[in-house]
Design a protein around this ligand. Structure first.
Ligand SMILES: *Cc1c(COP(=O)(O)O)cnc(C)c1O
Length: 412
């Protein structure tokens, strides 16, 4: 393949984050534009997991709960994540999955706003967010219901029946970004709380929960935070709500004194009460090590480069792949977009399969979206150029028409 033109090479040469790429273990010959779905492997995470398994588990055995402070890991990891999302260190813990954390905080919010019956959610949001509202509503024995709204109608739907608004700050498919401060302000004006899902924001955008007066938040550990497949997720509860907020999953790890082994539950201090059972130490250790890589650089620089990578990708696709039916499906204005770009195409699935086969890994979201994520710590401008050159090649040759590429697999 041709070499990238000098203007693209110059962007990499002047990139202040260029040195970060060496901290990741990336396969040769692959352009990885799916770090928004599963972040790449940090070398430090690989080494940490090896040490935790061999030494801390293998040799330390149960002593490591104290000797290596495994018991404090959810709080320590939470405090690191807090530093990335504009929260105080005592407002975040790492625990469970994003879906489970949604349930815990939706239920907590219902109890914080008694007498209100509706949870407002965005139609077309990542499905688990809507499903968990449905589940929590069912569990409330009909006292609550999901009010699903299109994005354009959502803020106007918040009223005196709204207990909670659940929103993803960055839309998983279109990359569109909600203005956290203004939506939170509107919800508070109606007496409602807001739960922000930061799955596609944490580690990519300069989120500021405290400055936005946010109430509650959850997010994913395995996307831009690079914690590994199925990494622990996190949750945030603003300190002003912590005294009143209760978790419906009152497991012993959230108890005030788990090792007193008393018969009745007493909620622990602060956000720690939202822990449930014993944390998976191997996975949480990988996330802990991955976070150190991210915390070594400025999140504003990450956000800035993510926008620039996306802008370059859009410009190159529109120049070099014009006339092949691709239609931009994300905001063109980078300040209104997450660190991802989407294009619509009626044969999006087949085109993405052909791209993956050619070493450019993005993903497909039904019914017709080709999605490309730009993880600024390890993606170069050169990679963006190569991805578009490969896409152009596939469109020009029609390589995507090979019958194998139309076979749907379990994970898209
Ligand atoms: C990825 C993602 C999740 C993932 O939830 P899991 O419980 O980890 O499967 C949840 N919400 C949003 C918005 C996501 O993008």
């Amino acid at each position: 393949m041709d070499q990238p033109p000098p203007d693209v090479a110059a962007l990499d040469e002047s990139d202040p984050l260029a040195a970060q790429r060496a901290k990741f273990s990336l396969p040769d010959g692959i352009v990885y534009l799916d770090g928004n779905s599963l972040g790449a492997l940090p070398v430090a995470a690989m080494e940490r997991v090896a040490r935790v398994v061999r030494r801390e588990w293998g040799e330390g055995l149960i002593r490591s709960w104290n000797a290596h402070d495994w018991i404090g890991l959810p709080g320590r990891v939470g405090a690191k994540i807090a530093g990335l999302i504009g929260a105080g260190p005592g407002e975040v813990v790492a625990a469970d999955s994003t879906s489970v954390n949604l349930f815990k905080l939706i239920a907590a919010a219902m109890a914080l706003r008694p007498g209100r019956s509706e949870i407002v959610g965005e139609l077309g949001n990542f499905p688990t967010d809507l499903y968990m509202i449905e589940g929590a509503s069912w569990f409330s024995a009909g006292r609550h219901r999901l009010r699903g709204c299109a994005a354009a109608d959502l803020v106007a739907a918040i009223d005196d029946q709204t207990a909670l608004v659940v929103l993803s700050q960055v839309h998983y498919k279109t990359g569109a970004v909600w203005d956290m401060a203004s939506v939170t302000l509107a919800a508070h004006a109606a007496g409602a709380l807001v739960l922000w899902d930061l799955s596609h924001s944490a580690g990519a955008l300069a989120v500021d929960l405290n400055a936005s007066d946010a109430d509650l938040a959850v997010g994913c550990g395995y996307k831009f935070l690079n914690g590994g497949p199925g990494a622990p997720a996190f949750l945030y509860v603003a300190s002003r709500h912590q005294e009143q907020a209760r978790t419906p999953l009152s497991g012993w790890m959230g108890h005030a004194r788990p090792f007193d082994f008393t018969d009745s539950y007493e909620a622990g201090e602060g956000v720690r009460r939202f822990l449930c059972g014993t944390p998976g130490i191997i996975g949480m250790s990988a996330l802990d090590a991955a976070l150190d890589v991210m915390l070594a650089v400025d999140i504003a620089a990450i956000q800035h480069k993510g926008r620039a990578l996306g802008d370059l990708f859009i410009a190159l696709v529109e120049q070099r792949c014009a006339g092949f039916g691709l239609e931009l499906a994300c905001p063109r204005d980078a300040s209104r977009r997450g660190s991802q770009v989407s294009f619509r195409h009626p044969h999006g699935y087949e085109i993405m399969q052909a791209l993956v086969d050619a070493g450019v890994i993005g993903d497909f979201r039904a019914p017709d979206i080709l999605r490309f994520g730009f993880a600024p710590l390890y993606i170069r401008y050169e990679d963006v150029w190569r991805a578009v050159a490969t896409l152009r090649d596939i469109l020009v040759t029609g390589a995507w028409r090979a019958p194998d590429y139309a076979v749907r697999r379990a994970v898209t």
